[in-house]
Design a protein around this ligand. Structure first.
Ligand SMILES: C[S@@+](CC[C@H](N)C(=O)[O-])C[C@H]1O[C@@H](n2cnc3c(N)ncnc32)[C@H](O)[C@@H]1O
Length: 359
């Protein structure tokens, strides 16, 4: 690495990629962040002292980007275009426009970045958006690496299988080999995506032993907090579905989504059992059996820790030169969980940045 790393963070949310970059230990800065969600921007500013640009990324011009002389792009665009919920509309989905716009802008920039790091959901590797991104990067002389990684592969008791693209410019934009190299790479389709790399095979079973115990992420003093209790009425409404309930002794939790903490209890993330711990029950067909088990949501602090954010409840966001994650008092618990559900695992990002992007 010759020049200092200057990053731009697109679709910045609460700054998961910024924390990941910082935790990687690579010296550098994030010069600007971009996101149109005002709640996310308030949290970002609270912690980093930098107010992200709230203009829709679809409307940024080359000058808006070139002016930062950045050499590293960090991106985590919306995942809905690549999910069943979003009808797999891919690059036809309005929510993919920001990413497509950035891809189209890349060759026109005066300051084409040297490093690109992108996070998205599994299935992005099958999308037209990914083909367009890889094609553009390849043509500009980037070497591309792609992988699917879950934090459980790194001993974190939270499953969050995600797609990562890690690209570094290795050849000149006018290198005659770029086009042929890219065509060959794209011909491999999704096979080019590493499945057990670079952190080893995923731990698939919920009973598998994880290196860091779930109990170490749990704050038992929160068991009594009323706002974290799952409402009985929401439990009783679900008659024919299995609840995902874990205990502090469990090996894993499932992915926390942006619906976590709402009345949408199925598929949005694990619930925590705090009483009668000898009873193991998923409520299928008889949700009333769950009512004595002290079922609660994981708190924003616990989800943040499972995502390996450097969480800090205190008000002062900066201590010992690092940035911590705290939430301004203006955000409700549900809003905090929503933002965390949209975010990512900081430890996975840090390791990929350290070991792959800047290796
Ligand atoms: C998957 S989330 C990324 C979260 C982020 N990595 C974090 O750690 O919180 C996608 C983010 O993109 C933002 N977003 C979506 N479309 C956008 C657009 N066209 N312009 C700007 N921001 C956009 C959303 O507000 C959301 O915060």
């Amino acid at each position: 690495m010759d020049d200092p790393v200057v990053c731009l963070e697109f679709f910045s949310g609460i700054g998961g990629l910024h924390y990941g970059f910082e935790q990687s230990g690579i010296p550098g800065t994030v010069a600007m962040a971009f996101d149109m969600n005002e709640n996310a921007n308030t949290v970002y500013e609270h912690n980093f002292g930098l107010r992200p640009n709230n203009r829709a990324i679809d409307y940024l011009e080359t000058a808006d980007i070139d002016k930062y002389s950045a050499n590293c792009w960090l991106l985590s665009p919306p995942c809905q275009p690549y999910t069943r919920g979003g009808k797999y509309l891919d690059d036809e989905d309005d929510r993919a426009r920001g990413l497509i716009h950035l891809i189209e802008m890349l060759p026109k920039l005066r300051n084409v970045p040297r490093y690109v790091f992108l996070e998205n959901v599994m299935n992005f590797e099958n999308s037209q958006s990914r083909t367009r991104l890889v094609e553009t990067l390849g043509t500009l002389g980037f070497e591309v690496n792609e992988c699917l990684v879950s934090p459980v592969q790194m001993g974190v008791p939270n499953n969050r299988l995600r797609y990562f693209l890690i690209a570094q410019r290795r050849w000149a934009a006018d290198d005659v080999e770029n086009a042929a190299r890219t065509t060959k790479y794209l011909a491999r389709g999704a096979d080019a995506v590493h499945k057990d790399w670079p952190f080893g095979p995923a731990v698939k079973s919920i009973d598998a032993v994880c290196a860091i115990p779930l109990s170490s992420y749990i704050d038992a003093s929160l068991d009594a907090v009323e706002s974290l209790r799952v409402p009985q009425s929401a439990i009783l409404k679900r008659q024919r579905l299995e609840f995902d309930i874990v205990r502090a002794s469990s090996a894993q939790t499932s992915t926390f989504t942006k619906s976590y903490g709402s009345r949408n209890l199925i598929g949005s993330g694990s619930l925590l059992q705090t009483r009668n711990l000898d009873v193991v029950e998923n409520g299928f067909g008889a949700p009333e059996r769950l009512l004595d088990l002290g079922i609660r949501f994981f708190s924003p602090k616990e989800v943040a820790l499972l995502h390996h954010f450097p969480y800090r409840a205190a008000d002062s966001p900066v201590a010992d030169g690092r940035h911590y994650l705290g939430f301004p008092a203006s955000l409700t618990q549900r809003q905090q969980l929503q933002l965390l559900g949209n975010s990512l695992n900081v430890k996975v990002v840090a390791e990929l940045i350290r070991h792959i992007l800047f290796a």
